[in-house]
Ligand binder design. Structure first.
Ligand code: B12
Ligand code: SF4
Ligand code: SF4
Length: 321
């Protein structure tokens, strides 16, 4: 009887050792470029529109990763107003992480709901999270590689996804301060995971769609967020800045985002006695970034955040007949 219970356990152990030996062997036989190719193929088979790899070393030196600790994360100010703000603006890098995998999922204008913020996040971001989780599990089960599945917000342990996407060669920063991809223009959202083994980087990409463009993106902004130079290369000691040369104003843009929240709250009928309570929940959620308002209650609102600088960009749209 004893043998019967011990035997499967021992067998299980051998099986386990066999599996990890097999995974090690697989990685030893794989070059870092093959690892990249397999990860990208898998990401696409899971539904990613685009995928690529960037080295952590180049990310640590990328414009946003260098700028953020200088200007802080308070979206109501152009520069940090407290020491604490500056401290949390530092990105946390796991010591053994060497490569970042970036995945992107298209957010078509016709599928606007993908971007609507319902209190738990957006449907589009939930698809990204699921795809990233499945990819991370697959990588760990297939190769002896540890992955770090990153959250969205930088202050919660995330990285700057636009820089990661550009360095991975998925697109380039346009005059609207968004990553413009040749395939989908800026209408794409990103997510990333880190690897403790080297996978060959896939970027950068030679691509400058803004060169001969009349900048409908900047003209479309209802908050005039591209009208003045907010950040100067001389003051900040770096030449690549928000809006490429310092002309994107996060404070004006964020005021518009706050208006969008107000609008969402106003959509709830005034006679609804919950209106005030819901407005408060939205505010609390916006502040905490992570908590689900009111436990498991169904959502009664959705915020349709501004996308005008994004949706007015012609890159990646099918040519009109
Ligand atoms: C905080 C945040 C906001 C804040 C503040 C934005 C800001 N830029 O400061 C607010 C709420 C205002 C906001 C607005 C929007 N956001 Co937002 N936001 C973020 C978040 C969480 C961090 C961005 C950040 O703080 N960047 C740091 C600041 C300092 O840098 P920056 O202004 O982006 O400027 C840098 C780049 O332009 C870069 N850069 C410029 N040129 C070059 C050239 C090269 C070679 C490289 C490598 C880099 C580079 O360097 C600059 C710094 O020096 C990211 C998610 C993430 N984890 O990355 C999403 C993210 C940037 N947002 C996104 C989107 C779509 C939006 C909105 C359209 C709103 C919406 N409906 O979703 C608007 C667009 C505003 C705009 N035109 O930039 C997408 C962008 C997708 C894309 N295609 O690029 C992201 C990546 C989220 C995602 N899921 O994919 N956002
Ligand atoms: S509309 Fe698109 S291509 Fe034109 S300047 Fe703006 S970001 Fe560049
Ligand atoms: S998201 Fe809206 S408010 Fe912000 S920069 Fe773009 S167009 Fe302007």
């Amino acid at each position: 009887m004893k043998m019967l219970t011990i035997a499967p356990a021992i067998f299980g152990l051998y099986e386990c050792q066999d599996m990890s030996y097999e995974r090690s062997k697989k990685l030893n036989m794989l070059s870092s470029s093959e690892l990249t190719r397999k990860i990208i193929d898998k990401a696409k088979s899971l539904g990613a529109s685009l995928a690529g790899v960037a080295s952590i070393e180049s990310l640590k030196n990328s414009p946003s990763h260098k700028l953020y600790p200088k200007i802080g994360m308070n979206l109501n100010e152009h520069f940090a107003d407290t020491k604490e703000d500056l401290n949390i603006a530092n990105v946390f890098w796991p010591a053994d992480a060497v490569s970042a995998v970036v995945i992107g999922i298209e957010h078509k204008a016709e599928e606007a709901h993908l971007d609507w913020w319902d209190g738990k996040g957006t449907p589009g971001n939930r698809i990204l999270i699921k795809t990233n989780n499945t990819l991370s599990e697959w990588i760990e089960n297939t190769f002896p590689v540890k992955t770090y599945n990153l959250p969205y917000f930088v202050e919660k342990g995330g990285i700057f996804l636009k820089d990661a996407a550009v360095i991975a060669g998925l697109g380039y920063i346009g005059k609207n301060n968004l990553v413009i991809t040749p395939e989908y223009g800026p209408r794409i959202r990103f997510r990333a995971l880190l690897l403790n083994k080297k996978a060959t980087s896939t970027g950068p990409l030679e691509f400058n769609p803004c060169e001969n463009c009349g900048q409908p993106c900047r003209k479309a902004c209802p908050a005039n967020a591209f009208q003045t130079t907010v950040y100067s290369a001389k003051d900040l000691g770096q030449s690549i800045l928000p809006g490429i040369n310092g002309t994107y104003d996060r404070v004006s843009c964020n005021i518009k985002m706050d208006k969008d929240i107000d609008e969402a709250a106003m959509m709830i009928p005034a006679h609804d006695k919950n209106q005030q309570e819901i407005r408060q929940l939205i505010e609390e959620f916006e502040k905490s970034h992570i908590k689900t308002p009111n436990g498991d209650q169904p959502f009664k609102y959705c915020v349709k955040y501004c996308r005008k600088c994004e949706l007015s960009c012609p890159v990646g749209l099918p040519a009109r007949p």
